[in-house]
Design a protein around this ligand. Structure first.
Ligand code: GTP
Ligand code: MG
Length: 318
């Protein structure tokens, strides 16, 4: 595409929504021109505060995000929202399905909402996500809310991008407690019990509290907080914002800030390298066709998997 990366970056920094949308779409498609613009944007980033909102499907993440947008807009903050959607395609400007909950904000120029599909078999979700967050950062968004479903590996990576990570749960879903056992204790800065009007909210709160007490002390010294909300009635969300702000002040300590950045950049750099290497390998062997040929060779017994993988890598290194 015949764009001047400097010009394009300038438009984005000035808040041009169309320029940003176009770049974001091409980030998802891994178009080559994208990295040139990202390089230009990089010096203009590092200011936005990213809040991760993670939880099982239907727990009320989008409803919470919608109310959070309202409260943050009341504080005159510019907001970005990234919804990582396991099903729908990258929607550009459109807000589909459950994002309808945030639709009332779509006419507000201070709110920029994008949904990012987890399509693509070679992973890379985390990379697209951090690139897209960076574009919103360069646009001048003060707060970026990042909604992701579940607590799979991709989401754990996403949690490393967020300055504050909220895990949203609801009473009555036994598997959420299992998920806590499976390791989200370490990654949640704030545990939100949404739909708290339901039976079992207090018990759930006690259970989480107990697990937090039993668990190892967090490396960074933060004591995770539990907040009960009823997002649909806006209940508890103001208190949630206060806790988010408390965690933010905690994170703003220069030493902690440095630690966070080191960890986040380390993960991002490795992800980026892996992604580039994968792309190069796939280019070198001829993508799907080449992959099928290599697999056929292994199946036919002409070569074993290990030698084939070495052979491909060696070819790449030459
Ligand atoms: N009873 C009750 N329902 C709620 C509450 N918060 C959200 N809901 C409802 O729960 C349903 C799911 O809400 P969403 O906000 O779409 O949940 P989500 O976690 O974003 O869902 P996915 O994005 O599909 O994973 C909707 O029907 C909401 O109206 C609440 O506090 N109480
Ligand atoms: Mg949602």
């Amino acid at each position: 595409m015949g764009v001047n990366p400097k010009e394009w970056a300038k438009r984005i920094i000035e808040g041009d929504i169309r320029a940003a949308s176009r770049l974001m779409r091409d980030i998802d498609d891994r178009m080559p021109w994208v990295s040139e613009v990202l390089k230009e944007l990089y010096p203009h980033t590092g200011r936005a505060y990213v809040i991760g909102v993670t939880g099982s499907p239907g727990v009320g993440k989008s409803t919470l995000v919608d109310v959070l947008i309202e409260i943050f807009r009341g504080k005159k903050l510019e907001i970005g929202v990234v919804v990582i959607d396991p099903t729908s395609p990258f929607t550009g400007g459109a807000i589909l399905g459950d994002r309808i909950r945030m639709q009332r904000h779509s006419t507000d120029s201070g709110v920029f909402i994008r949904s990012l599909a987890t399509r693509g078999s070679m992973g890379g979700l985390s990379r697209s996500t951090s690139d897209i967050l960076r574009v919103m950062d360069a646009m001048g968004k003060d707060i970026i809310l990042l909604e992701t479903v579940g607590v799979g590996q991709d989401e754990v990576d996403v949690v490393n991008i967020a300055h504050t990570s909220m895990i949203v749960m609801i009473p009555g879903l036994g598997d959420d407690i299992q998920a806590i056992k499976a390791g989200i204790l370490e990654i949640g800065d704030i545990f939100v019990i949404n739909k708290c009007e339901r039976e079992g909210a207090e018990r759930m709160e006690r259970e989480i509290m107990m697990m937090l007490e039993l668990g190892a002390r967090r490396e960074d010294g933060w004591t995770p907080k539990i907040v009960k909300t009823e997002a649909i009635k806006r209940k508890g969300v103001k208190e949630l914002v206060e806790v988010i702000e408390e965690h933010r002040s905690f994170q703003e300590d220069p030493e902690r800030k440095k630690m966070f950045l080191q960890k986040a950049l380390r993960i991002e750099l490795i992800t980026h390298l892996k992604d580039q290497i994968t792309t190069r390998i796939l280019d070198a062997i001829g993508h799907e066709e080449g992959l099928s040929r290599a697999v056929d060779e292994i199946i036919s017994g002409r070569i074993d998997l290990y030698s084939k993988s070495e052979e491909i890598l060696n070819r790449l290194m030459c």
